[in-house]
Design a protein around this ligand. Structure first.
Ligand code: ZN
Length: 89
């Protein structure tokens, strides 16, 4: 599976999970399972928000548009290389 497809699969999975999350989050069930699920959802939510924030900062890929993972990785590596060059000066 290419990185681009992988990114798409992650997003599709996240969207699918969102439907079930509402059910869990609105549940009054205080069992360990439900509490663990709620924690998991909060973590996913944080990761997803960080992911979107990062993707908003990165200019879109000229070939694939927004949310292109290989392009994003390249862009970040480029920025890191530029930063370490600055430090050497
Ligand atoms: Zn691309």
């Amino acid at each position: 599976m290419s990185d681009y497809k992988k990114g798409d699969a992650i997003l599709a999975n996240a969207r699918h999970r969102e439907e079930h999350q509402m059910e869990v989050l609105s549940s009054d069930d205080d069992s360990v399972e439900v509490r663990e699920l709620k924690e998991e959802i909060a973590e996913d939510d944080m990761l997803l928000r960080a992911y979107y924030q990062l993707m908003d900062v990165i200019p879109k890929c000229p070939v694939h548009g927004n949310r292109c993972i290989p392009h994003a990785i390249e862009w970040v590596l480029c920025k890191l290389a530029a930063l370490s060059e600055q430090e050497e000066e």
